[in-house]
Design a binder for this molecule. Sequence first.
Ligand SMILES: *Cc1c(COP(=O)(O)O)cnc(C)c1O
Length: 379
Amino acid sequence: MSQGFSTRAIHAGYDPDPLTGAVNVPIYASSTFAQDGVGGLRGGFEYARTGNPTRRALEANIAALEGGTFGRAFASGMAATDALLRATLRPGDHLVIPNDAYGGTFRLIDKVFTQWGIDYSVAPITDADAVRAAITDKTKLVWIETPTNPLLNVGDIAVLAEIAHGAGAKLVVDNTFASPYLQQPLALGADVVLHSTTKYLGGHSDVVGGALVTDDEQLDVDIAFLQNGAGAVPGPFDGYLTMRGIKTLAVRMDRHSDNAERVVEFLSGHSKIEKVLYPGLPDHPGHDVAAKQMARYGGMVSVLVAGGLEAAQDFCARTEVFTLAESLGGIESLIEHPGAMTHASTAGSLLEVPDNLVRLSVGIEDIDDILGDLEKALH
Ligand SMILES: *Cc1c(COP(=O)(O)O)cnc(C)c1O
């Protein structure tokens, strides 16, 4: 029987150092490792691009949180995305991506991978039939995020895994928004889970990183080859910061969810807000699926602001507790305008976002300060 989530978050991947008893994983600031005779590696490490003990501890920890066998850490979520695409696709192959994918994911596929003979189709992940229809005989990957960034749409992981597998393709789930505390895609049939650890896993807006977790041994071999061969690895200090963040993931996610629920309640009744997008709302189209596959609904809330683009950007500029900034998942509340910021690269494409959309990453500050700030900014 495996340990509970919080126990794994705090302990998996590292036992106190037998030499010193250090309770926390040391920051192994060493690019190379001494050998006892040629090929005589002491701890299995030879060169830090290939492997570093701090990074190795982080990788084992994230794998344990996702209930997976193999974990690989990268220098950013996009580096993990890039490695996964190259590990799984060859010229002539095709993949399906969400019609509201993370802007950077879309940009990398649309601007770079198409140049190397990779073709893609977009489909709403909320609609299993549309995803099935987008699959061709060349499809090797079905790539989803759930909930999606920034529209918070929900895809049914178990159903989409079945559809992908039926076509001989793998299902990738970008689990950045939910975090493994709220959703564990491998248990639902996904082949590989991707994280921008920059967000909830790191959790303190002080480090950029990415990770891939899979149970598929051959896929892990291919990912590890690119991790070493192309070298987009995180440094040991990044690995340490990410592990430090992960230790409190469970308590943070509960507080993020508590605060987001209060924000949703407040904004839902507000005259300056046209619509609140949150999977926890009973009238959200993905609510039933989210209730089935998520423990709670998380800290991300998006809204359509009444009055269009200008009113939306004005709202973003007037908050004080919410910092106007890109990114998400940290302890501090952030607000942003996806159309002009994180998702500007989707303008004019099928993935373009509404111009009155505002995305909130609800932090873990005192709820009265969060609500007071929103009230003032919408006045
Ligand atoms: C931020 C983000 C990424 C990219 O990760 P980086 O760490 O910024 O490279 C990928 N997917 C989602 C859903 C994200 O929010």
